[in-house]
Design a protein around this ligand. Structure first.
Ligand code: VG1
Ligand code: CO
Length: 543
């Protein structure tokens, strides 16, 4: 087997976004595209000679072939060992766990997460550091710089490695260990939750449905929910991962997981339902007749985590991304916990988790997690909910209503304007940013503005600063509007408008969120001129 050095040229636009580099699959399959980026990852990681890495992906189209390329490149660059999920599959949280538990030097996750998959859809590559978390900005900046100067990459000439069976093989002088993707992850879950108690609760007639959305969590959910917890054989739907996720968006929200929402709103509703995304790090939580917003779910989990054995000692602190509703802050305040506010993207939680400042964290985009790994974790959130439900013996709806009665309700919604003209979206954001200094004290849509700023984050652990993390405008009485451009899309720009308003009046806790947020929706339009900038009358996706 001969290592080859292949000449190449920098390819424009290989800048990692909120979560790795995401592009159209055809772009990733283009000449040298994947190879250039992987060579840049080696550079950003300080080389891979003698190192051990983890490799896996969400099973989307091109996952299998990309894995072979990455293995040949790791071998040619002198890596000592790569631990690969069987068939190159690993959910994002399972990859994070392996990176940590096996004491490796990091890993590569092949996924575009909630983006659709297939030859005409999206692919992605992300590098995680030895703590198991997404590379921090300092590293992704180094990777991006390396993509701008790459002139060659090293790759081994060889046939494909057989990744279909667990076991150890070699590629040149590099060891390859193929592992079952589920085993270690399921074992970790057993250490955190009271499986006996959950099993008894299910045996007592509590009915659970999980929708894997044809994505990576199918085998994980089948092993954990059906085999280990005894949920019925029909408890896991769309359980076989497919390269194009059955033609759908593996995005667990009321739009893309509508059949599940219809189920819980219908006559044959289970007691609890949930879904996860392409790579298994997101969660959507539903109860009979009720959808739990991710922000509320995070707050409920923070308030009740101590009911699960893994968190019985209480939480060190909590964190949420800036656009996430402040329902979490209310719980933190009541419990005397520190609550940190970070920019969007899981990479910003890593330092807080590593430093032991927080135990639990989450984002409004259906991501929740804890210090058990360094990624958000969809099935973990499902199991924590199940553990809490088993202990409290109440319905999801009752838990949520009780939560609002105790802490007040933060009405919350996100409006997405997808695939809009990038120049127009940028101009809108710039216009808004230019007006921010004059907004304080102004009254917009009948509400007085208390603060208006562009969010910047100073990491309390390493002192690094991240600027331009979204515009936030706070109103008297706790209302808030946040504007951000997405960093995970692959076509045009996606404008996200995050709306929140606080209600503590006991008689007004059961309103429809869109109606309760009408004032904030008006204020957002008045402030930013969304319709004119996007050419849209209404958002494409409301969550
Ligand atoms: C979105 C979400 C963000 C999340 C990111 C990755 O980013 O808003 O909260 O961390 O996706 O999630 P953006 O930049 O498009 O708003 V995943 O499950 O797609 O890796
Ligand atoms: Co994801």
């Amino acid at each position: 087997m001969t290592p080859m050095t292949v000449e190449t040229q920098p390819i424009e636009g290989q800048k990692p976004g909120t979560s790795g580099l995401r592009k159209k699959t055809r772009v990733f399959m283009g000449p040298h595209y994947l190879e250039n980026f992987v060579q840049a990852i080696w550079a950003g990681a300080g080389g891979v000679r003698g190192k051990t890495l983890v490799l896996g992906g969400d099973g989307r189209y091109f996952n299998d072939r990309a894995a072979q390329v990455i293995l040949r490149m790791a071998a040619a660059s002198g890596a000592a060992k790569v631990i690969v999920g069987q068939n190159a599959i690993l959910s994002t949280p399972a990859a994070s766990n392996l990176i940590r538990s096996r004491g490796t030097d990091g890993g590569i996750i092949m996924s575009a997460s909630h983006n659709p998959g297939g030859p005409e859809e999206d692919f992605g590559v992300k590098f995680n550091t030895p703590n198991g978390g997404p590379a921090p900005e300092e590293v992704t900046n180094r990777i991006f710089e390396a993509t701008k100067t790459v002139t060659s990459y090293d790759i081994l000439e060889s046939q494909d490695i057989d990744l279909t069976r667990p076991g150890t093989t070699a590629l040149g002088s590099m060891e390859i260990e193929v592992v079952d993707p589920v085993t270690d992850y399921a074992a970790l879950m057993e250490t955190l939750f009271d499986f006996d108690r959950i099993r008894d609760h299910l045996k007592g007639g509590f009915r659970v449905v999980f929708d894997a959305m044809h994505a990576v969590t199918g085998p994980y959910a089948a092993e954990i929910l059906i085999k280990r917890l005894g949920a019925g054989g029909d408890a896991v739907r769309n359980a076989v991962p497919s390269p194009d996720f059955g033609g759908g968006h593996p995005d667990p929200n009321p739009i893309w997981a509508k059949p599940l929402v219809d189920l819980v709103m219908g006559p044959d509703a289970p007691d609890f339902a949930a879904a996860s995304d392409g790579d298994g790090d997101r969660n959507m939580i539903l109860g009979r007749g009720i959808y739990v917003t991710p922000s509320d779910s995070l707050a409920v989990l923070a308030a009740n985590a101590h009911l699960a054995p893994g968190y019985a000692g209480g939480l060190a602190g909590v964190a949420r991304s800036m656009p996430t509703s402040r329902a979490l802050d209310r719980v933190a305040e009541a419990k005397g916990l520190s609550c940190y506010e970070t920019p969007t993207g899981w990479k910003f939680f890593g330092n807080l988790l590593d430093a032991g400042k927080i135990t639990l964290c989450g984002e409004e985009s259906a991501g929740t997690g804890s210090d058990h790994v360094r990624e958000k974790d969809g099935l973990w959130a499902v199991l924590l909910w199940l553990n809490i439900l088993a202990v409290r013996g109440e319905s999801v709806a009752d838990i949520l209503k009780g939560h609002w009665a105790e802490y007040g309700r933060n009405y919350y919604s996100r409006h997405d304007f997808e695939g809009v003209d990038a120049d127009a979206a940028n101009a809108m954001m710039e216009g808004l940013i230019a007006r921010l200094p004059g907004l304080e004290g102004e009254t917009v849509a009948g509400r007085k503005i208390e603060m208006a700023e562009e969010f910047a984050y100073d990491d309390p652990v390493d002192g690094s600063r991240s600027e331009h993390q979204g515009v936030r405008i706070g109103f008297e009485g706790g209302g808030r509007v946040v504007f951000r451009l997405s960093g995970t899309g692959t076509v045009g720009a996606t404008l996200r408008v995050y709306l929140e308003d606080v209600e503590t009046d006991a008689g007004a806790l059961g309103r429809d969120p869109q109606e309760a947020l009408a004032g904030m929706i008006d204020a957002a339009e008045t402030l930013a001129g969304i319709r004119a900038a996007t050419g849209r009358d209404a958002p494409d996706v409301i969550t």
